[in-house]
Ligand binder design. Structure first.
Ligand code: 5AD
Ligand code: FES
Length: 397
C-alpha cells in the first residue's frame, strides 16, 4: 500500500539483567503491567524462554516479519510465552500510543447490503432480517448523542448498499463537520475512487475497510462475486486520498490456517494502516456458516498483540466481537494485549438489534448513554484512563 520507510533494526526493548521485558528510556523501570508479582512472573518467564523473547524482538524489528516466526507465536499455548507476548504488546502500546483508551461512537445507519459474505448476518439472502435505513435527521441525532457523550469521533457504518445516496451521505458529513466538529469515520464498503474523493472533500477524515482475510483464495471462497483485488484497490485509493485508513481481519474463519493469519499480520505491516481491527468470527444462524465453530478467543488476543507489535502506533480496538464472544466481555484482555480503542454503539433502538452481523452482540439492549460510564469503569480497573480526544493518525506523513 503506502511506501514506508525502513524501520530501525533495534527493537528498543531489552531483556534486562533481571530478565524483565523493559522499554529503554522510560527511566522509571516500569514494566508492562506493574506490580511486583506480575514482574516476578515476567522475569521468570523471560529467563525460561530466552528464545521466545528473541523471537518477539525479531518480529518487532523486522521490516516484514517471517511467516515461520509469526506461526510460532500463533501456535504457542505455553502460559509463560503468552505472558511474554501480551506484556511485550502492552509495552509497545504504552510506549507508542500511551495509556489513554480512545472512544469512537458507532452509528449503524443502514443494514441493507448487496453482498453475500458467508459469515455475515447482513448478507442479502437473509430474508429474516428486517432492513432499515436511518434518515438524515436520525443520523444527525445519533451523532449528536455521540458528541453529547464527549466522544469526538463518529463512525458512520452501514451494509454495502447498492443504492447508497452519495449526495445524502455527503450532506450528513458536512453537517456533522460544521455543527459538531467531530472526526468522521466512514465504513460503507467498497466504493469507487470518485465517491471516496467526494466524501473526503466533504470532510470525512477516516475510513474503515477490513480485508477480512489477506489470502486471496480464502477471500474468494467466502465472498461470492467480490474480488480481493478490488478490496485492495479500495484500500490504496483511500490512503492516497488522505483518509486515515483502517483495516483488519476475522479470526477463526472456516478454512483459515495459522499460515493465513500470519499473512494477515504481514498484510497489516505492509499496509501501514492507521487502525487495525481484529475480531473473532461468530457464527450467525442465518448464514451458510451457521454450524461452524466460533473463532478462538486466545488466538484473537494473540492476533491483537501481533497487530500492535508490528504496527506500533496504529489504533487497535478491543473489538465489540471480542466483547460478545461466548457472552462474556473479554475486551479488558484485549486492552491488556495491545488494544487502545473501544467503540461504543450509538445506533438508536430498535435498529441497533437489527444490525445483526453476528448474534448476541453486546450492549444491543442498553441505552447508548450507559456505555461510556461502563467503559470508564472497565478502563480504570486496568489502571488506564479514557481519552476523550479525537485520536487522530499517529503515523508519520
Ligand atoms: N463475526 C464477527 N465479525 C463479523 N463481521 C461480519 N460478520 C461477522 C461475524 N459473523 C465483521 C466484518 C465486517 C464488520 C462490519 O463486521 O469483519 O468488516
Ligand atoms: Fe456498553 Fe458496557 S460498554 S454497557
Amino acid at each position: 500500500m503506502r511506501a514506508r520507510p525502513e524501520r530501525p533494526r533495534d527493537p528498543g526493548f531489552r531483556v534486562t539483567p533481571g530478565g524483565s521485558v523493559k522499554a529503554e528510556g522510560l527511566g522509571d523501570g516500569s514494566t508492562a503491567c506493574g506490580g511486583g508479582h506480575r514482574q516476578a512472573a515476567l522475569d521468570a518467564a523471560t529467563r525460561q524462554n530466552p528464545q521466545f523473547q528473541v523471537l518477539l524482538d525479531r518480529i518487532y524489528a523486522a521490516v516484514l516479519p517471517e511467516v515461520a516466526d509469526l506461526e510460532t507465536v500463533l501456535n504457542t499455548t505455553d502460559p509463560q510465552q503468552l505472558e511474554l507476548l501480551f506484556a511485550f504488546a502492552d509495552e509497545v502500546r504504552r510506549r507508542f500510543v500511551g495509556d489513554g483508551v480512545l472512544l469512537r461512537g458507532i452509528v449503524e445507519f443502514s443494514n441493507i447490503c448487496r453482498n453475500t459474505c458467508w459469515y455475515c448476518g447482513l448478507h442479502r439472502g437473509n430474508r429474516a432480517l428486517p432492513r432499515y435505513r436511518l434518515t438524515k435527521t436520525q443520523i444527525l441525532a445519533a451523532a449528536g448523542n455521540v458528541h453529547a457523550a464527549g466522544i469526538k469521533t463518529v463512525v458512520l457504518q452501514s451494509g454495502e448498499e447498492d443504492n447508497l445516496d452519495a449526495d445524502e451521505l455527503r450532506a450528513v458529513i458536512e453537517e456533522i463537520k460544521s455543527s459538531l466538529e467531530m472526526a468522521v469515520t466512514l465504513c460503507v464498503g467498497e466504493r469507487s475512487r470518485a465517491e471516496y474523493r467526494f466524501w473526503r472533500e466533504a470532510g470525512a477524515d477516516r475510513y474503515l475497510l477490513k480485508i477480512e482475510t489477506s489470502d486471496p483464495e480464502l477471500y474468494r471462497r467466502l465472498h461470492p462475486g467480490m474480488s480481493w483485488e478490488n478490496r485492495t484497490r479500495c484500500l490504496r485509493d483511500l490512503a492516497e486520498l488522505g483518509y486515515q485508513t483502517g483495516s483488519g481481519n476475522l479470526v477463526g474463519l472456516p478454512g483459515q490456517t495459522l499460515r493465513h493469519l500470519a499473512g494477515d499480520i504481514q498484510f497489516f505491516r505492509q499496509g501501514d494502516f492507521d487502525m487495525i481491527s481484529v475480531s473473532p468470527f461468530i457464527p450467525h444462524p442465518q448464514t451458510p456458516l451457521a454450524e461452524a465453530p466460533a473463532g478462538d478467543l486466545l488466538l484473537t488476543l494473540k492476533m491483537t498483540a501481533l497487530a500492535r507489535i508490528v504496527s506500533r502506533n496504529a489504533h487497535v480496538p478491543a473489538t465489540t466481537a471480542i466483547g460478545s464472544l461466548h457472552g462474556r466481555d473479554e475486551r479488558p484482555r484485549a486492552l491488556a494485549a495491545g488494544a487502545n480503542v473501544i467503540m461504543p454503539n450509538f445506533t438508536p433502538a430498535p435498529y441497533r438489534q437489527q444490525y445483526e452481523i453476528y448474534p448476541n452482540k453486546r450492549c444491543v439492549s442498553d441505552d447508548a448513554r450507559a456505555c461510556p460510564p461502563c467503559i470508564e469503569r472497565m478502563v480504570e480497573a486496568l489502571g488506564r484512563r479514557v481519552d476523550y480526544s479525537r485520536g487522530d493518525r499517529m503515523k508519520m506523513e
